[in-house]
Design a protein around this ligand. Structure first.
Ligand SMILES: *Cc1c(COP(=O)(O)O)cnc(C)c1O
Length: 217
């Protein structure tokens, strides 16, 4: 696959779902990819990227922004509270607001800086013990608590269990967003972004289908 192929499939999925063209943002997930692959996608004109690790992103994006101009960066990996300060300086959006202590920290940073990245609350739709995220049953209260802190909530994010049909999880996330008046839905990855778009995704996070398989060695 390539960037134009993926963009074409996104536009087609929007059309099939009866949604306006351009209503879905493609976040190109560049974590642990070789720099030349990332530069190639930048050269093709793409300007929205996702990263999972604060340190890796810090080492890569200041120079790339220098070279290529403004790039919208989305944090999609678990965020440690002690890295939150670096994250809010680097990222335009954080998709992994998953606990009260992080909400408190982000609120303090927002007060001090006067600006805050767009925030997505991560919901553990599969209620998997090893996975981060607010449990579905706790989501309404957590969203209300974040709003009481004046945090700029943009929407919700989920990572469905690997061994299940993701559509039930996308539907569950959409329902929680609807009843809380949130319009952003960060869901869908390389294997299932079209299904996510059919169920209302506004942000799809696609890595390997654009860049090729990741190698962690
Ligand atoms: C790595 C990652 C992706 C991209 O996964 P692909 O299957 O390579 O598209 C999307 N979302 C999150 C949270 C990730 O960690």
């Amino acid at each position: 696959m390539s960037l134009p192929d993926i963009l074409g499939r996104i536009r087609e999925a929007e059309r099939v779902a009866g949604r306006p063209e351009g209503s879905v943002t493609l976040i190109a997930v560049s974590k642990v990819q070789p720099l030349d692959r990332v530069e190639a996608v930048l050269r093709e004109g793409h300007r929205v990227f996702g990263e999972n690790y604060v340190q890796e992103a810090q080492g890569k994006w200041p120079a790339l922004r220098e070279a290529f101009g403004p790039v919208q960066l989305h944090m999609i990996g678990p965020l440690q509270t002690n890295k939150a300060k670096f994250a809010v300086e680097l990222f335009d959006a954080i998709h992994t607001l998953d606990r009260p202590s992080l909400a408190d920290k982000l609120a303090r940073l927002a007060d001090a800086r006067g600006v805050c990245p767009d925030l997505f609350v991560q919901v553990n739709t599969g209620e998997e013990p090893q996975k981060a995220g607010i449990l579905p049953g706790d989501a309404d209260k957590f969203i209300a608590d974040c709003r009481a802190l004046d945090l700029p909530l943009r929407g919700l994010m989920c990572i469905p269990p690997e061994d299940q049909d993701p559509t039930a999880h996308f539907g569950l996330l959409g329902g929680i967003a609807d009843r809380n008046g949130l319009t952003g839905l960060s869901m869908g990855m390389s294997a299932d972004f079209e299904a996510a778009i059919a169920l209302g995704a506004t942000h799809v996070r696609v890595g390997s289908a654009i860049f090729g398989a990741r190698s962690y060695t």
